[in-house]
Design a protein around this ligand. Structure first.
Ligand SMILES: NC(=O)c1ccc[n+]([C@@H]2O[C@H](COP(=O)([O-])OP(=O)(O)OC[C@H]3O[C@@H](n4cnc5c(N)ncnc54)[C@H](OP(=O)(O)O)[C@@H]3O)[C@@H](O)[C@H]2O)c1
Length: 249
């Protein structure tokens, strides 16, 4: 019986599908009690039922800072503390160059993919300070580390998440709070299916250049996040860990 996350109370955002759903399932299998959040209640209900007693959910639109605060407070109310958080919820961006990005798309993508993560980390740190520490993993993207000509607002928001991760890691290390990020390459989820619909062949093109010859499965990103949330990574903080099958993009 694996005990990577035994006894930990972990919040997973964007847990209604894709990487977040896989993460919630894995963390529970590794001994954690998980709280899933996203907007789609039907999906959250189904996934928590599949996980069983170790899971519960909260419906929230994380684009609202007040909702982020409510979610973190509800986890503490429900379980007495927060040991870990996987800030995974994000929105994709319809492919467009910088000069073509509508302001509404920019606001939506940066609002959810950066501002919401910023205030989630803030609320989570406050909760963890009250109980002596914890671990936070933000979901970045390999696209944050390179030029991102077709998804520029998305790439900029993810690079901002990396900066937040580094700053919070240094700021709270002495209080026993570690803050890291995972930076996936392409992962087969709805987000990428939508991108492939807008830009046909993007998945095959990625597979053709990836050293492992394929995109990731959501569980493979979840595994990296699980380790970073566990005590087995106790001296690791402030890193942005590429999970890309060896690809630099
Ligand atoms: N797939 C990839 O190739 C890839 C590559 C690099 C990084 N990533 C990152 O990995 C993470 C997960 O991506 P994914 O591919 O699993 O995406 P996905 O399938 O599109 O899932 C996104 C999740 O975020 C939730 N979400 C979206 N808007 C929300 C909102 N306003 N409030 C609360 N929850 C919201 C969605 O649930 P609801 O719709 O139910 O709210 C869903 O659970 C993201 O941070 C993404 O940027 C993905």
């Amino acid at each position: 019986m694996s005990t990577l996350l035994n006894g930990k109370i972990i919040l997973v955002t964007g847990a209604s599908r894709g990487i977040g759903a896989a993460a919630a399932q894995l963390f529970a299998a590794e001994g954690a009690t998980v709280v899933l959040t996203a907007r789609n209640e039907d999906n959250l209900k189904r996934i928590t039922a599949e996980i069983g007693d170790a899971a519960s959910y909260l419906v929230a639109d994380l684009a609202e800072v007040s909702e982020i605060d409510r979610v973190v407070a509800s986890v503490v109310e429900r379980h007495g503390r927060l040991d870990g958080a996987f800030n995974n919820a994000a929105a994709g961006e319809p492919p467009a160059n910088v000069g073509e990005t509508p302001e509404a798309v920019f606001d939506h993508v940066t609002g959810l993919n950066f501002k919401a993560v910023y205030f989630a980390v803030a609320a989570q740190v406050r909760a963890m300070q009250a109980t002596g520490g914890g671990a936070i993993v933000n979901c970045s993207s390999i696209g944050s580390l390179v030029a991102n000509p077709f998804l520029p607002a998305y790439g900029a928001a993810k690079r901002a998440v990396n900066s937040l991760t580094a700053s919070a890691a240094v700021e709270y290390a002495a209080e026993g709070i570690r803050v890291n990020a995972v930076a996936p390459g392409m992962v087969l989820t709805e987000m990428v299916a939508d991108w492939d619909k807008a830009t046909p062949g993007i998945i095959d093109g990625y597979a053709a250049t990836n050293p492992m010859g394929r995109p990731a499965r959501p569980e493979e990103i979840a595994e990296a996040a699980a380790w970073l949330l566990s005590d087995r990574s106790s001296y690791v903080t402030g890193v942005v860990l590429p999970v890309t099958g060896g690809s630099a993009i």
